[in-house]
Design a protein around this ligand. Structure first.
Ligand code: MN
Length: 211
């Protein structure tokens, strides 16, 4: 009997991101959309080798496969991971990048505002459903956008922040105005502590590998 993948708890109360994201949106997004990716994933991997892997391993192994069943598993595993990462990328509290992330931001973008402009542009120009990301490769920051369930993590890229730009993430609160959702989220509720932690983990991994 494999251990089923679990819906990780939200890191804050459902109503605390309002008015940027309403409790209604969070509730539907988490209890319906996110939960359904987890449930579908568990059904798809039941009795297979994937049931004994970590979520990250499932995403990375199925990302490279050309099999239709693996593609279904990939979509649900990646969406399970992406949503958990997205929740942790948001916070109702005031957070700051801190010294290490500040200097990485300065090197790559000049200023945090310039980073936010590029991240908003990535989210706005992602055609159809998908994600906008702040990532780091060897400590060098960049912005990526991915369609549907695709995730930079599938290729082992270190993700710092994720923003969901599927319509279900904003339609109840902003209707078709994705740029308004992005402007509010990026200026008010990004979790810079989480981004800094993720950058720090990579630096530790690089140092450990070099020793
Ligand atoms: Mn979503």
């Amino acid at each position: 009997m494999p251990t089923p993948f679990k819906l990780a708890p939200l890191p804050w109360d459902e109503d605390t991101l309002a008015p940027v994201i309403s409790a209604n949106t969070i509730s539907l997004h988490y209890h319906k959309h996110h939960q359904s990716y987890v449930d579908t994933l568990n059904k798809l991997v039941d009795g297979s080798n994937y049931a004994d892997m970590t979520l990250e391993e499932v995403v990375q192994k199925t990302a490279a496969s050309g099999e239709a069943k693996d593609k279904q598993i990939f979509n649900n595993a990646a969406q399970t991971w992406n949503h958990d990462f997205y929740w942790r990328s948001l916070t109702p509290f005031k957070t700051k990048p801190g010294a290490q992330l500040d200097s990485a931001i300065a090197a790559a973008f000049g200023t945090k505002d310039a980073l936010i402009v590029q991240l908003a542009e990535a989210g706005k120009t992602q055609f159809g459903s998908g994600w906008a990301w702040l990532v780091s490769k060897g400590g060098k920051l960049s912005i990526e956008k991915t369609p549907d369930a695709e995730t930079p993590m599938a290729k082992g890229t270190n993700c710092l922040l994720a923003v969901d730009v599927w319509e279900h993430a904003y339609y109840l609160d902003y209707q078709n105005a994705r740029p308004k959702y992005l402007a509010a989220v990026l200026s008010k509720i990004l979790n810079w502590d989480f981004a800094a932690e993720n950058l720090n983990k990579e630096e530790h991994a690089v140092r450990a590998a070099a020793e």
